[in-house]
Design a protein around this ligand. Structure first.
Ligand SMILES: Nc1ncnc2c1ncn2[C@@H]1O[C@H](COP(=O)(O)OP(=O)(O)O)[C@@H](O)[C@H]1O
Ligand SMILES: [Mg+2]
Length: 279
């Protein structure tokens, strides 16, 4: 009981702190545009639609006839219990796995817009090199001209508040720093779509706030963001709308405020009340 109470108080304080930090950053900074605005506009590839997706592993169906639509604007949060199928939706739409049946369409076309998706996985995967070298490598993969790379890497480090760590081995960073570097690395290619799978799941409030700040700035620069999160405070701070996933089915997208106050389905209500943790 005591533990539960202190955990609840902890969450409340955490959210208060994060909300206060949130209100400080709401203007688009010009230099951010040069650094983050997508190379090619992504809006022509939206909406993203799944049509009749079937996917099974060893005969266990994960999706049977999954249909969904992710619209054009802002940050979309994907929420739902563990095992609901959130991460697989991200993998399908990024073309990292193929469905057994059905199609993933970008504004009606099935070809995936090459090089325009930045993906941040649940666990950071960094090269065994310095922080700076991880960014320089990503910039080189993104075909950024060699002369431009040091400037861009420096600007990304500044965006992430990581200048002082430029020469540190990336794999020796703290969890929060590694996740931030992974996010900066995903943004190095100036993607039109940023896909984040629980990017701050095990991070403290400060580390979470830094991640949220970068995501918000990318969104303000025109990057479409998809974010899997279990954190209702984070959804409230960042997301324009929420897609709820339960047992391989997607419920209609709702604006974040109304989803959190009046979820449209019984399952979403139970999930938000903490009654639907594992399916
Ligand atoms: N490569 C795989 N092989 C077998 N089962 C998988 C694989 N990937 C995911 N699954 C199963 O698919 C379901 C949905 O997974 P996932 O999308 O990762 O859920 P979550 O909503 O927690 O992100 C889970 O039951 C998971 O165990
Ligand atoms: Mg997942």
């Amino acid at each position: 009981m005591v533990n539960e109470m202190s955990e609840e108080m902890g969450n409340e304080m955490r959210n208060e702190m994060l909300n206060a930090m949130n209100s400080q950053t709401n203007t688009v900074i010009k230099s951010d545009l040069a650094l983050l605005a997508p190379n090619k506009s992504f809006s022509e590839h939206l909406p993203i639609r799944f049509e009749g997706i079937h996917l099974a592993f060893a005969k266990r169906a994960i999706y049977s006839n999954l249909n969904l639509e992710i619209g054009a604007h802002g940050i979309t949060a994907i929420m739902g219990p563990n095992g609901a199928g959130k991460s697989l939706i991200l993998r399908l739409l990024a073309g990292l796995i193929q469905p057994d049946q059905g199609r993933v369409l970008y504004n009606g076309k099935s070809g995936l817009p090459a090089g325009q998706i930045g993906f941040v996985f649940q666990r950071p995967v960094l090269l065994r090199r310095s922080v700076q070298d991880n960014l320089l490598h990503a910039l080189s993969l993104a075909d950024v001209a060699r002369v431009e790379r040091p400037y861009r890497s420096q600007a990304l480090l500044e965006l992430g508040g990581m200048e002082h760590l430029a020469r540190s081995p990336a794999r020796k960073l703290s969890g929060g720093e590694q996740q931030r570097l992974t996010l900066l690395r995903a943004l190095a290619a100036k993607p039109g779509l940023l896909v984040l799978d629980e990017p701050s799941a095990s991070l403290d409030p400060q580390a979470t706030a830094l991640i949220e700040k970068i995501v918000r700035r990318a969104s303000q620069c025109g990057v479409k963001v998809l974010l899997v999160t279990h954190d209702q405070g984070q959804a409230a701070r960042l997301a324009d709308n929420v897609m709820f996933v339960h047992k391989g089915q997607v419920h209609p997208v709702q604006p974040t405020g109304s989803f959190l106050k009046q979820p449209a389905s019984r399952e979403a209500k139970a999930y938000l009340a903490g009654e639907l943790l594992i399916d």
